[in-house]
Write a protein that binds this ligand. Structure first.
Ligand code: CP
Ligand code: NVA
Length: 301
């Protein structure tokens, strides 16, 4: 594994190696066991979009590993004034030991990796959010002990989260049921990938159909970053695509709920269901830290 660009690139063994290392790092952190394996290394973090969790968890994680995190707001870099990503990649490779980037186009992340000579980590693009899904799988495994054979249900937009969850969950042996409105399906490449799992993948329009017997339910905002202009139209298209009591009654009695956050209460999830599952959701947020420390260690040590 040289980079983390999207879930599709990871082998199943890579995913479990990351999850196992993340568990170990979480244990070491909790018990005060030093793990400053990235002493003397610097991670540049380029942000084209807002962030709370990704920024703080990468920055803190790098510090805990003994390294130095460098926050780079794209709007204050020359890349924000049109300097090509190919040149940015080659320049940053002369200073840094790794780059994390949050941006719009997946091709920008891929170009950074192709033209640079250091590991690149995708901190969210319009297509994918692999760091989030690694934390999600880590959290589900913590609660359910095992991932294989679990039924996951995702209700909402076929966005970066739907794309990465579909690929990640299928790769670890889970059954994936998506409910998305027509016109808001996951990326064609992801649907193509899912064809390899005819018995484990289902895409429907009815959230109730997708929720039956779910072990874990996911959702995400109806309008992602960069889609603010479509918010009104999306609010109409996504009516009913919500995790609520009725949906929970169709899932298994001990079903867990995950949300990558930020959440829009009473849109994709009710306040009641959110608060009933708040511990699981904030454990998920915490696990960003541990999962990303594992990724940085594997790529940059
Ligand atoms: N879930 C997530 O990536 O959160 P941020 O946008 O706050 O980084
Ligand atoms: N789909 C959301 C995820 C935020 C973490 C977005 O891209 O804005």
């Amino acid at each position: 594994m040289k980079h983390l660009l999207k879930m599709m690139d990871l082998e199943t063994e890579d995913i479990f190696e990351i999850l196992n290392l993340a568990d170990q790092l979480k244990y070491e952190q909790a018990h005060g066991i030093p793990h400053n394996h990235l002493k003397g290394k610097t991670l540049g973090m380029i942000f084209q979009k807002a962030s709370t969790r990704t920024r703080v968890s990468f920055e803190t994680g790098m510090y805990q590993l003994g390294g130095h995190p460098l926050f780079l707001s794209a709007s204050e870099m020359q890349i924000g004034r049109g300097e090509p990503v190919q040149d940015t990649a080659r320049v940053l490779s002369r200073y840094l030991d790794g780059i994390m980037i949050r941006t719009f186009q997946q091709s920008e992340v891929e170009n950074l990796a192709e033209y640079g000579s250091i590991p690149v980590i995708n901190g969210l693009t319009d297509l994918s959010h692999p760091c989030q899904v690694l934390a999600d799988l880590m959290t589900v495994r913590e609660y359910k002990n095992n991932l294989e054979g679990l039924n996951m249900c995702y209700i909402g937009d076929g966005n970066n989260m739907a794309n990465s969850l579909t690929v990640g969950c299928l790769k670890v042996g889970m059954n994936v049921s998506l409910a998305c409105p027509e016109g808001y399906y996951p990326a064609p490449t992801v649907l193509e990938f899912a064809k390899k799992y005819p018995n484990n993948f289902k895409l429907v329009n009815d959230p109730k159909e997708a929720a039956v017997d779910a072990d874990v339910l996911f959702t995400d905002v109806w309008a992602s970053m960069g889609q603010e202009g479509e918010a009104e139209q999306r609010r109409k298209a996504f009516v009913g695509y919500q995790i609520n009591d009725e949906i929970m009654s169709l899932a298994k009695p001990d079903a867990m709920v995950q949300h990558c956050l930020p959440a829009h209460r009473e849109e994709e999830i009710t306040t009641k269901v959110f608060e009933q599952h708040a511990n699981q959701i904030f454990d998920e947020a915490e696990n960003r830290l541990h999962a990303q420390k594992a990724v940085m260690l594997m790529l940059m040590k």
